[in-house]
Ligand binder design. Structure first.
Ligand code: ATP
Ligand code: LTN
Length: 354
């Protein structure tokens, strides 16, 4: 199936046009994004990033991946990790990622990610890593001095994910902005020393939906690793569960459906509804003027069900076809390895590695 050798593939990548069924146009900008299989994706992932992936792949050379090496920075049960990784792959496909237009891999199947991460770690300062807020939050659950080194080094692996694919754009939720800033600093530092080798990436953070809040504690981000399942809407939730969770979502006693920084609970629901229905927040406020929270929550739950249900049906179909998922994973990883290996060689040459 793969007749081009690595060199031919690399040379031809910028002008050819079809390889392994994927069509690329010369000069197309590239885009990279990933999600960790550290749980089951939530509506936060859809709004913060995945919602637009199907559109991006029409205009950009896209690479999407399941960040399993990131997930093991916190302890994972092996069987659960395997199941969540496959489920996430099915979620990507069911959300519109088309392997004929984009590449899609399991991060650990492409060893170049981890290899570039080591190279970049030699250019990263300890002080930079200790300022990362996600490290501070996630390490809080460990006793001091027992935080895994991988959790500390995680932003370097994220920089490698982005730079290996020479990404122009990186669509992420607001919590990832700091990691992309670190990646940009690494590009400046590396290129200052070795010339224009690494490509400068730009984050794409949506104006609305970039930080969907927990339904139970709206001061926090909705998280798939929340110990309280009432705090998130997961892609596994049945319609009646979604309705119940939205009904119980924390709001306030004001009773006005509006976006108001002083009232994060209702504001988060209004923002969710506005993004899911492609309306402005103002339009949602006008539509629900004088209407109580009950009716608004019911409508929001209906919209959520109408978005999640078709994804669930398609995921179930895909997860029932293990042979397809297996052959997709191996074909895609071979494609991505042959595409990234020559670029990694170029980076090693710049550093002076034989
Ligand atoms: P966890 O929710 O388990 O803490 P995480 O958010 O740290 O996971 P990923 O699941 O890998 O990590 O996130 C993948 C992408 O989804 C990132 O771009 C992240 O910013 C985005 N994302 C995750 N949760 C939300 C949310 N609640 N609102 C908006 N975007 C989100
Ligand atoms: N760190 C991200 C997931 C992630 C990612 C990436 C996103 C890992 N590598 C590269 C975009 C590009 C997270 O935890 N949310």
């Amino acid at each position: 199936m793969f007749h081009l050798d690595e060199k031919q593939l690399y040379l031809s990548f910028w002008r050819v046009v079809t390889y392994a069924g994927i069509h690329y146009t010369q000069g197309m900008k590239s885009l990279v994004s990933g999600i960790q299989p550290s749980g089951v994706p939530t509506i936060g992932h859809i709004l913060g990033t995945v919602k637009n992936w199907r559109h991006y792949q029409e205009s950009y050379r896209c690479h999407f991946f399941i960040a399993d090496l990131h997930a093991i920075t916190v302890q994972q049960d092996p069987a659960v990790l395997r199941a969540n990784s496959l489920k996430l792959l099915a979620f990507f496909l069911a959300s519109g990622v088309d392997p004929k237009k984009s590449s899609v891999t399991i991060q650990s199947h492409v060893p170049q990610h981890a290899e570039l991460s080591w190279l970049l770690s030699c250019f990263t300062h300890l002080g930079e890593l200790s300022r990362m807020t996600q490290f501070k939050d996630k390490s809080a659950s460990h006793s001091t001095k027992a935080e895994p080194f991988g959790l500390f080094a995680y932003p370097v692996l994220m920089a490698a994910d982005i730079l290996l694919h020479e990404a122009d754009f990186v669509p992420v939720g607001a919590d990832q902005k700091q990691h992309i800033e670190l990646t940009r600093d690494l590009v400046i530092r590396f290129n200052h020393r070795y010339g224009e080798v690494l490509k400068m990436p730009e984050p794409i953070i949506p104006e609305f939906g970039a930080r969907v809040r927990s339904l139970q504690d709206p001061t926090k981000k909705m998280s798939k690793s929340d110990s309280n399942a009432q705090g998130y809407i997961s892609i596994d939730d049945a319609p009646e569960v979604i309705v119940k969770k939205i009904k119980k979502a924390v709001t306030d006693s004001v009773g006005v459906v509006a976006y108001d920084n002083e009232r994060p609970g209702i504001s988060s629901l209004v923002e969710m509804y506005s993004v899911l229905t492609d309306q402005s927040v103002d339009a949602v406020e006008v539509a629900y003027q004088g209407v109580g929270y009950g009716k608004f929550k019911k409508d929001l739950a209906d919209v959520l069900v109408s978005i999640i249900e078709p994804i669930q049906i398609e995921m179930k179909r895909l997860l029932g076809d293990e042979d397809y998922l297996d052959s997709l994973m191996s074909a895609q990883s071979r494609l991505v390895i042959s595409r990234t290996a020559p670029y990694l060689r170029k980076i090693k040459d710049a550093i002076g590695l034989l």
